[in-house]
Design a protein around this ligand. Structure first.
Ligand code: PLP
Length: 480
C-alpha cells in the first residue's frame, strides 16, 4: 500500500511512500495529511471470517491490508504484544456493554491512561521502537495535548529505546488527574512543557516546528498527534470489534447494520469510523457529537467549516473536545470531494488562511450526510446536558459515564433508529474528570487501584510562553 497527501504533494516530491516512511513523518511536506492511495474493500465473506477472532488477530488482519513493508510475522508479534488483557484489562480488549435495547457502550478506555487514545498509542509505541531499531535511528516526538493525547503518548513511549517525547500542554487547563498522570512521570526520555495559552496555541507551535523542514530533519522530529496515520489505522480495528459484538452473525441476505456515536474533537476517532465504513463495514450512521465547541456539528448541519479563535474556544467540562479547528478533518473533506487534492489544498490552504473557514458548494456537501453517501449525522451537548446524561445513565443503567462519553450518549439518543444498534464509543473513564461527576452525582469516581494517590506524587514540567522559537531551543538543548 502506498500513501498520498491530501494536498497532492509538489510534483518534484511524488516518490511513493510506504507505511513505515509515513509512520515516522507526521504531516506531509506539502502541509497535507497522508492517506492510503485507496481503501481496501472487505467483502461479506471476509467480514464473516473475521467474526470471533481475538482482538490482536483482528488488528493484525486489518493492519496487514495497509502495511506491506513490515514482515507479517513481526507485525503479528507487535499486535499481540500490544493488545493484551494485562494492558487493557479484559480479554475482549474493547468489551461492549448493553445499556438498553439497541443501545450499547463500547469500552475503549481501560488502557494505562484511562482514555481511548491508549488503543492506538500503545501500538504506536511498539511500532516506533521496532522501526527505529530496524533503521538504527532515533526520534524526538513533539506533540500537543489538551490532556489525553499527552499522557497516552508518554505512557506508550516511556523507557522506549531511541525515542524522546516533548509534550506541549496548555498550562492549567488539564484536569488535576491528567496533570498528575503526565507530570509525575520521571522517565528521562519524557519532557513535559506547559505552554501559557490554550490547546490550539500548542498545536500551532507543533505545526510551526514541523513546517521548519530543516529543523525537523536535523533533530529527527516526529509526531504522535492524531494526524499520524498509524494512530488512525489502529482505531479502525475497534469499529470492527464493536460491530461483531453488537450483531448476531446470523446469515442474512443483507448484513446487519449498526451506527456509532463518537465524542469528537480533532476528528481522529470518527475519521477511523469513516475509514472502516469506506472499507465496507456495514455502518448506517456515523454520529458525531461535540460539546459547546461545535465547529464540526456546524459543518455537518450546514456545510460551512468555520474555525474559531482561541478567544472563541470554550473551556468546557469535556475538555478533550475543546478544539477550535479539527486537525484530521482535511482527510474527510478530501474523500468527500472525490479526492480532489487541488480543491482540498485551496480550501485548507489559501481559503482558510484568508477567510478563517469555507463553505462547500451544495453538491459537494450533499453526500456527507446521506446514508448512501458518507452517512454522517451530528449534534452537540452543553454542560447541563452532560450533567443530565451522567445522572440518567447512573439512574437507569447503573453506569457511570465520563463527560465526553456523556456527550456521545446524549447525541446518540437523538439519532436512534429502530432495528439499527447504536454503539456509543466510551472515550474515557469518569475518574479522569472527577469534578463534573461529583457535580452530577455527588459521588467521587474511583480510579483503578494502580492509579490511586497519583495526585500526591512529585512532578516534572517546564513552563514556557507560546513561542515556537523558544520551544525549538528547548529541544536543541534536550534532544541528545
Ligand atoms: C481525544 C478525545 C476525544 C476526541 O477525539 P478526537 O479523535 O480528537 O475526535 C474525545 N474524548 C476523549 C476522552 C478524548 O481523550
Amino acid at each position: 500500500m502506498k500513501y498520498i497527501s491530501t494536498r497532492g504533494l509538489p510534483s518534484q516530491d511524488r516518490t511513493p511512500r510506504g507505511f513505515s516512511d509515513i509512520l515516522l513523518e507526521g504531516l506531509a511536506p506539502d502541509g497535507g495529511l497522508y492517506l492510503p492511495a485507496s481503501y481496501p474493500r472487505i467483502d461479506a465473506a471476509t467480514l464473516a471470517s473475521w467474526r470471533g477472532l481475538p482482538y490482536a488477530e483482528l488488528a493484525f488482519r486489518i493492519l496487514s491490508l495497509y502495511i506491506d513493508d513490515i514482515p507479517a510475522a513481526d507485525l503479528k508479534r507487535l499486535c499481540e504484544a500490544t493488545y493484551t488483557e494485562q494492558t487493557f484489562g479484559t480479554p475482549q480488549i474493547t468489551p461492549l456493554k448493553r445499556l438498553d435495547d439497541g443501545l450499547y457502550l463500547e469500552a475503549l478506555s481501560n488502557g494505562p491512561t484511562l482514555a481511548f487514545k491508549d488503543m492506538a498509542m500503545q501500538l504506536l509505541g511498539n511500532l516506533f521502537e521496532y522501526e527505529l531499531a530496524r533503521r538504527g535511528e532515533e526520534l524526538n516526538i513533539l506533540g500537543a495535548t489538551s490532556g489525553d493525547t499527552g499522557s497516552a503518548a508518554e505512557y506508550a513511549m516511556r523507557g522506549k529505546q531511541g525515542v524522546r517525547v516533548f509534550m506541549l500542554s496548555p498550562q492549567g487547563r488539564m484536569s488535576p488527574f491528567q496533570q498528575a498522570q503526565m507530570f509525575s512521570l520521571q522517565d528521562a526520555n519524557i519532557h513535559n512543557i506547559a505552554i501559557e495559552g490554550v490547546f490550539d496555541d500548542c498545536q500551532d507551535i507543533v505545526k510551526a516546528v514541523s513546517n521548519d523542514l530543516e529543523f525537523k530533519r536535523r533533530h529527527r522530529i516526529g509526531t504522535v498527534n492524531s494526524i499520524n496515520w498509524a494512530r488512525l489505522l489502529a482505531q479502525v480495528v475497534y469499529y470492527f470489534a464493536g460491530y461483531f459484538q453488537a450483531t448476531s452473525g446470523r446469515v442474512q441476505a443483507t448484513p446487519e447494520r449498526v451506527s456509532f456515536a463518537v465524542p469528537s474533537g480533532n476528528f481522529g476517532n470518527i475519521c477511523a469510523g469513516h475509514v472502516a465504513r469506506s472499507m465496507g463495514l456495514p455502518i448506517e450512521r456515523l454520529v458525531l457529537a461535540t460539546n459547546e465547541n461545535n465547529v464540526l456539528d456546524e459543518f455537518f448541519r450546514t456545510g460551512t467549516y468555520r474555525v474559531r479563535s482561541s478567544a472563541e474556544t470554550h473551556e468546557t467540562s469535556s475538555p478533550s473536545m475543546d478544539i477550535s479547528k479539527a486537525s484530521n478533518f482535511e482527510r474527510f473533506v478530501f474523500d468527500l470531494l472525490g479526492r480532489d487534492a487541488e480543491r482540498t489544498r485551496e480550501l485548507f490552504g489559501a481559503t482558510l488562511a484568508r477567510e478563517g473557514g469555507f463553505t462547500l458548494a451544495s453538491d459537494e456537501f450533499a453526500p456527507a450526510t446521506r446514508v448512501d453517501g458518507f452517512g454522517f449525522a451530528s449534534g452537540s451537548s452543553t454542560h447541563a446536558d452532560r450533567l443530565a446524561t451522567i445522572r440518567e445513565a447512573w439512574n437507569r443503567w447503573h453506569t457511570m459515564v465520563d463527560t465526553h462519553t456523556a456527550d456521545g450518549l446524549k447525541v446518540a439518543r437523538e439519532h436512534l433508529q429502530p432495528g439499527v444498534p447504536m454503539i456509543v464509543l466510551e472515550t474515557a473513564l469518569p475518574a479522569k474528570f472527577a469534578a463534573t461527576i461529583v457535580e452530577a452525582l455527588g459521588l467521587q469516581p474511583e480510579p483503578p487501584p494502580a492509579l490511586r494517590g497519583i495526585e500526591t506524587l512529585p512532578r516534572r514540567s517546564t513552563l514556557m510562553a507560546a513561542d515556537a522559537e523558544a520551544v525549538k531551543q528547548y529541544i536543541e538543548v534536550h534532544c541528545r
